[in-house]
Design a protein around this ligand. Structure first.
Ligand code: NAD
Ligand code: UDP
Ligand code: UDP
Length: 343
C-alpha cells in the first residue's frame, strides 16, 4: 500500500508500561478533536478533572486557545494544531471526534472544507482508531433528520434531507460520517459510539456564530433588537452544555453503539425563546422580524427514550436555569471586545 499509515505496513501498536493512578484503574489517554471549540473544551474540562490524559487536536477554525488556556502547563494536557483532513499518528485509548464547524455561518463559509472535514476527517480518525484499537465516538447531529416528517424524532427515523442544498455539506456530511463509523465498526471491528446532538448552548459559544441562542443573548446584552427569522413559530429544543458532556461520556463509557439522541426535549418556538432571553437579560428588549434562510427545519425535538433507558442519562438543566449561566460569560466577553475597540 502507498499509504504510510496503512495497518498492514506497520506493527500493531502495543501498549507499553502504564502508570497506575488509582488502584485497579489506569489513567486513560484520550484525544478530543475540536477540543478547543465550544462543546469540546467543556468535555476536556470534565476529562482532565476526572484524571485522564487529554490530547486536543484543533485547527482553530472556530475554536480558540482561550477555551483551553486554563490547562496550559498541566502535564496531562496537550494541544496540537492540526487539521483532521490530514492523517495523524498518535497512541491513545479513546477518540472523541468533534472537529467540524457546527453553526450554519461557519459551515457555509467554505462548504467544500466542511464536507472534507466530515468525510476525510472522520475517515482519518477511524483509520487511527482501527490501527491503535481505540474506541471512537462521533458527534453527529440532529440535522441528519433534515426537515423531519416525524415528530419528535426517534433514532429509527431515517430523515428528510436535501442532498444538494446549502446545508448538505453539513447534514449529508454527518450522515456520511455515521456511515463510515458503522462500516469501520462492522468491517474492521472498531468500537464506535454515535451521538446525535440537538441544539446546545452555554458559556464559550462563539459570539457571532449566528446561532439563535448566541444571537439573542448577545443582542440583548448589546441593547440591540432580537432578530427573529420568519414568523418565529419554528421550534427547537435547547440543551445546556454540561448535560451534553455528561451524555457524551456516558455513551463513550457504555456498551451501546447507538446512535443516541442527546438533547433536551423541552420544545420552544423562537418567539418563546426571545421571551425567556428578555426575562433573563432585559425585559425592554425589542423583537425584529427578518426573512428566514432556505431549508430551515420547521420543528425539532428529540425523543430521548433510548438514551434514558440504555445510558441512564437525561438532561437536568432547564432553559431558564441554563441561560443565566451563559450570560455572565457573554457579558465579560462582549465587554472585552468593546474595550479592544476603545468603546
Ligand atoms: P465549535 O465550532 O465550537 O467546535 C468545533 C471545533 O472543531 C472548533 O474548535 C474548530 O476549530 C475545530 N475544527 C473544525 N474543523 C476542523 C478541522 N478540519 N481540523 C481540526 N479541527 C477542526 O462547535 P461545537 O458546537 O463545539 O460542535 C462540536 C461538535 O458537535 C461538532 O462536530 C458539531 O457538528 C457537533 N454538534 C454541535 C451542536 C451544537 O448545538 N453545538 C449540535 C449538533 C452537533
Ligand atoms: N490514518 C491516520 N492515522 C493512523 C492510521 C490511519 O490518520 O494512525 C488515516 C490514513 O491515512 C487513511 C485513513 O486514516 O487515510 C483510513 O485508514 P485505513 O487504514 O482504514 O485505510 P487505508 O489506509 O487502508 O486506506
Ligand atoms: N434564528 C432566529 N434568529 C436568529 C438566528 C436563528 O430566529 O438570530 C432561527 C433560525 O431560523 C432557526 C432557529 O432559530 O429556525 C435555530 O437556528 P440555529 O442556527 O440556532 O440552529 P439550527 O437551525 O441549526 O437548529
Amino acid at each position: 500500500s502507498s499509504n504510510p499509515f496503512s495497518a498492514t505496513d506497520q506493527p500493531r501498536y502495543r501498549p507499553v508500561a502504564r502508570v497506575p493512578v488509582q488502584i485497579g484503574k489506569r489513567r486513560r489517554r484520550i484525544v478530543v478533536t475540536g477540543g478547543a471549540g465550544f462543546v469540546g473544551s467543556h468535555l476536556v474540562d470534565k476529562l482532565i478533572a476526572r484524571g485522564d490524559d487529554v490530547i486536543v487536536i484543533d485547527n482553530f477554525f472556530t475554536g480558540r486557545r482561550e477555551n483551553v488556556v486554563h490547562h496550559f502547563g498541566n502535564p496531562r494536557f496537550e494541544l496540537i494544531r492540526h487539521d483532521v483532513v490530514e492523517p495523524i499518528l498518535l497512541e491513545v485509548d479513546q477518540i472523541y471526534h468533534l472537529a467540524c464547524p457546527a453553526s450554519p455561518v461557519h459551515y457555509k463559509y467554505n462548504p467544500i472544507k466542511t464536507i472534507k472535514t466530515n468525510v476525510m476527517g472522520t475517515l482519518n480518525m477511524l483509520g487511527l482508531a482501527k490501527r491503535i484499537g481505540a474506541r471512537f465516538l462521533l458527534t453527529s447531529t440532529s440535522e441528519v433528520y433534515g426537515d423531519p416528517l416525524e415528530h419528535p424524532q426517534k433514532e429509527t427515523y431515517w430523515g428528510h434531507v436535501n442532498p444538494i442544498g446549502v446545508r448538505s455539506c453539513y447534514d449529508e456530511g454527518k450522515r456520511t460520517a455515521e456511515t463510515l463509523a458503522m462500516d469501520y465498526h462492522r468491517g474492521a471491528g472498531v468500537e464506535v459510539r454515535i451521538a446525535r446532538i440537538f441544539n446546545t448552548y452555554g458559556p464559550r459559544m462563539c459570539l457571532d456564530d449566528g446561532r439563535v441562542v448566541s444571537n439573542f443573548v448577545a443582542q440583548a446584552i448589546r441593547k440591540q433588537p432580537l432578530t427573529v427569522y420568519g414568523d418565529g413559530l419554528q421550534t427547537r429544543s435547547f440543551q445546556y452544555v454540561s448535560d451534553l458532556v455528561d451524555g457524551l461520556v456516558a455513551l463513550m463509557e457504555g456498551e451501546h453503539v447507538g446512535p443516541f439522541n442527546l438533547g433536551n426535549p423541552g420544545e420552544f418556538t423562537m418567539l418563546e425563546l426571545a421571551e425567556v432571553v428578555k426575562e433573563t437579560i432585559d425585559p425592554s428588549a425589542r423583537i425584529e422580524f427578518k426573512a428566514n434562510t432556505a431549508d430551515d427545519p420547521h420543528k425539532r425535538k428529540p425523543d430521548i427514550t433510548k438514551a434514558k433507558e440504555l445510558l441512564n442519562w437525561e438532561p437536568k438543566i432547564s432553559l431558564r436555569e441554563g441561560l443565566p449561566r451563559m450570560v455572565s460569560n457573554f457579558r465579560s466577553r462582549i465587554l472585552n471586545e468593546d474595550e479592544d475597540k476603545g468603546l
